[in-house]
Write a protein of this length. Structure first.
Length: 180
């Protein structure tokens, strides 16, 4: 793996393809074990999670369903700041075991705002699977059930994650170069 340049920034190799895929295999094995006999519904959050969700889903041997949603944030009319709505969350979640799939939990704001909305749909259970977690950056309390890699608080791209729209197609994960 060599450095990549996206727009004006340079990124160093961080996690190679084999490392990512091996870890996803371990997460899938855990899920296969823990959801044996159940039929969980995976809800993957676009855009970033598409690649992780796809590779994780391929490694499942249990019966499972998947649905993709997009979160849209807009300024609320009161002082509460941004409000998140989920586009595409049209499935009946009552009685379902849901696994939310994210590419990264950074500050935790996205999931902290989305999870209460998900609970309104009355799923039986909700767990979170995220490929990456930046513990030092996370400011919102969250229980993360399946974490691929805990990473330092540096900007990363690749494998679904973008820098200003670019880099999502990379098979590996790169982090912003120190001197960039
Ligand atoms: O924990 P947080 O600080 O909220 O950051 C994590 C969120 O940020 C990214 O999404 P983004 O809004 O950039 O959209 P994208 O997935 O379409 O790139 C990522 O996919 C997570 O959803
Ligand atoms: O480090 C990151 N990289 C790309 N997208 C992100 N969204 C939150 N954190 C990141």
């Amino acid at each position: 793996m060599t450095q990549v340049t996206l727009h004006d920034k340079t990124f160093d190799p961080y996690l190679n393809e084999a490392t990512i895929q091996a870890r996803i295999g371990e997460l899938a094995a855990e899920i296969n074990r823990e959801y044996a006999g159940k039929q969980p519904l995976f809800i993957a959050i676009l855009n970033g999670a598409f690649m992780f969700a796809s590779d994780l889903f391929k490694q499942l041997t249990i019966d499972a369903e998947i649905s993709f949603i997009k979160l849209a944030s807009y300024k609320g009319t009161n002082s509460t700041g941004t409000v998140i709505t989920a586009i595409g969350l049209d499935q009946d979640l009552i009685g379902r075991d849901v696994i939310v799939v994210e590419d990264i939990v950074d500050t935790g704001k996205t999931l902290a705002e989305f999870l209460p909305k998900l609970q309104h749909h009355q799923p039986t259970s909700v767990r979170i699977a995220t490929l990456l977690h930046k513990p030092e950056a996370t400011k919102h309390p969250l229980t993360l059930d399946y974490v691929g890699f805990s990473i330092p608080n540096k900007f990363v791209v690749g494998y679904g994650l973008d820098y200003d729209g670019l880099g999502r197609n990379l098979k590996e994960i790169y982090q912003l170069a120190e001197n960039a």
